[in-house]
Ligand binder design. Structure first.
Ligand SMILES: [Zn+2]
Length: 139
C-alpha cells in the first residue's frame, strides 16, 4: 500500500520538458537562453511551439538569446495562485522584449518598471533551472 501525503511545504510546480520545450530547459540548465525562431519568417517566439504563430510555418531554428532586454509590461503578484508561492509574495512577473528579438515572460527581481533594462538570472531549482530577470537600478 502506498500513501501519498501532501509535502510540507507544498511542492512547487515544475516543468515537463517535451519535444518542443526540451532544448529550452536544457539550455537554461547550462546558463544559456535558447529561443525558437522561424526558418521562414525569422521571428523569434516564446514559449516553444510546433509552428510559427506569425506565419504558420512549421520550420524551427534554435537561436541563443543574450537574455538581456527591456521590461515591456509587468504585474505584481500579491496573492499566490499556488500555496507553494505564498512565502514569495509580493513578486513581479514581466513581459520582456529581448535584445535581438522575441518576447519572454518571467519573474523579475530588483526595481521593476516599464522600460527597465534586465539581465538573466538562472535560479537552480534542484534538477532544473528557472530563468528570472534582474532589473537594473535606475541611475
Ligand atoms: Zn514564421
Amino acid at each position: 500500500m502506498t500513501s501519498t501525503q501532501p509535502p510540507t511545504p507544498p511542492a512547487r510546480p515544475r516543468p515537463s520538458p517535451d519535444e518542443q520545450s526540451g532544448p529550452y530547459w536544457a539550455g537554461l540548465r547550462e546558463g544559456r537562453v535558447p529561443i525558437q525562431a522561424c526558418t521562414a519568417c525569422g521571428r523569434r517566439r516564446f514559449p516553444p511551439t510546433p509552428g510559427c504563430p506569425y506565419c504558420a510555418d512549421p520550420g524551427i531554428r534554435w537561436e541563443e538569446a543574450a537574455g538581456t532586454g527591456t521590461v515591456y509590461s509587468f504585474i505584481t503578484v500579491h496573492r499566490a495562485f499556488d500555496p507553494a508561492f505564498a512565502d514569495d509574495v509580493p513578486y513581479d512577473i514581466a513581459t520582456i522584449d529581448l535584445d535581438g528579438g522575441g518576447r519572454m515572460v518571467g519573474r523579475v527581481t530588483g526595481p521593476t518598471r516599464i522600460g527597465a533594462r534586465v539581465f538573466p538570472e538562472f535560479v537552480d531549482q534542484g534538477d532544473w533551472s528557472e530563468l528570472r530577470f534582474r532589473a537594473e537600478e535606475e541611475a
